[in-house]
Write a protein that binds this ligand. Structure first.
Ligand code: SF4
Ligand code: SF4
Length: 336
């Protein structure tokens, strides 16, 4: 559908929020201890923040939970039973106030989880999700969305995008049918947009992702990987905060005759991730794992999924205990 532009006055946001809460769950950003930002389900409107730079963790857990139960089973001597999960019972969730890098990440995840065989759990959660994005009026030196084809006011992945205006109100870009349905529920809140000036930050472009992808196609054996990953301790923090990392493990947990199978987040940065039962590990040193992380996101995915595997949020750089600044590494890789 064609995007339409409206205005929401600052004082009307609470009404919209409360209306949405009447029959859905809302996942919204709040300030936590030590000035950290985290998302919570159904916080009071007074707790929700609108001026945050970024949450510590991304919001991928709404569609790809840290732990997802896949089915339950009972094993008896004579028979076994398996009880599946009723995907219809997944709740409808409104993601409120996610920044454009995080909303764009849902498209990246879709290109992974629905690439060949559709992952029913992921698809069912995404179907029940309505995304109200919030354009950024703040950024820092670690943000690089403009280097991966996005921008601080990109509407990719949002059903409605709120763009801050200089006067404190918000422009509402209504992008999808899901967004239109929200507008139809509270039409009085959405006023006609004039020519009010938007208040959006500027993010400097640090590299050209097309040139980088082309350079990486011949970089597998380059000494860069070893030289630049010696300090990586393989902690996996970069993958756990990343909105687009999708590695997972599958485990069974049993007690007596009853058990469940679940999947949980994992990381290709861990040595155990590729360890075979034979004892052979095709990625036995950290530099091979670091290379995999970069090549998957910036070479294999553009080739196979027609999507970069990174949205330039900079979270991995903020979380890394040894300062492996990904944008600096990508800049350097462009020139090898
Ligand atoms: S967060 Fe840093 S140290 Fe930890 S695995 Fe990632 S790059 Fe390595
Ligand atoms: S900047 Fe880091 S955390 Fe953010 S999407 Fe890219 S790889 Fe993931």
């Amino acid at each position: 559908m064609e995007t339409t532009h409206k205005i929401i006055r600052k004082h009307s946001l609470e009404k919209l929020y409360v209306t949405l809460l009447e029959n859905r769950k809302i996942y919204a950003p709040v300030k936590q201890a030590d000035n950290l930002i985290g998302y919570q389900y159904n916080p009071a409107f007074s707790e929700v923040t609108f001026d945050h730079l970024q949450s510590t963790l991304s919001v991928k857990n709404v569609v790809f939970p840290k732990v997802e139960n896949l089915f339950y089973y009972t094993n008896n001597k004579t028979d076994s039973t398996v009880k599946g999960i009723d995907l219809e019972k997944f709740p409808e969730v409104v993601l409120w106030g996610a920044h454009p890098c995080d909303t764009a990440a849902y498209d990246v995840l879709r290109s992974i989880f629905c690439w060949d065989i559709k992952d029913e759990f992921f698809a069912a959660r995404l179907e029940k999700l309505v995304v109200i994005g919030l354009a950024c009026h703040k950024s820092d030196a670690l943000c690089f969305c403009t280097s991966v084809g996005l921008s601080p006011d990109s509407s990719k992945g949002s059903d409605i995008l709120l763009v801050p205006l200089n006067n404190g109100d918000y422009k509402a870009e209504i992008i999808t049918e899901k967004g239109s349905r929200i507008v139809a529920e509270s039409p009085e809140i959405f006023e006609n947009y004039g020519d009010e000036t938007v208040n959006v930050t500027v993010v400097e472009q640090k590299f050209d992702h097309k040139q980088l992808t082309s350079k990486l196609s011949n970089a597998f054996e380059h000494p860069f990987w070893l030289a630049n990953s010696l300090r990586c301790i393989g902690c996996g923090a970069c993958a756990y905060v990343c909105p687009t990392c999708a590695c997972f493990d599958i485990q069974d947990e049993t007690r007596g005759k009853n058990g469940k199978r679940y999947r949980s987040w994992d990381s290709c940065g861990f040595g155990l991730f590729t360890l075979h039962t034979s004892g052979h590990n095709p990625r036995e040193v950290q530099s091979q794992r670091w290379r995999q992380r970069i090549l998957h996101k910036f070479s294999y995915m553009p080739e196979r999924n027609e999507s970069l595997g990174c949205v330039g949020c900079g979270r991995c750089s903020r979380a890394c205990p040894v300062d492996m600044n990904i944008a600096e590494q990508l800049q350097a890789l462009q020139s090898i």
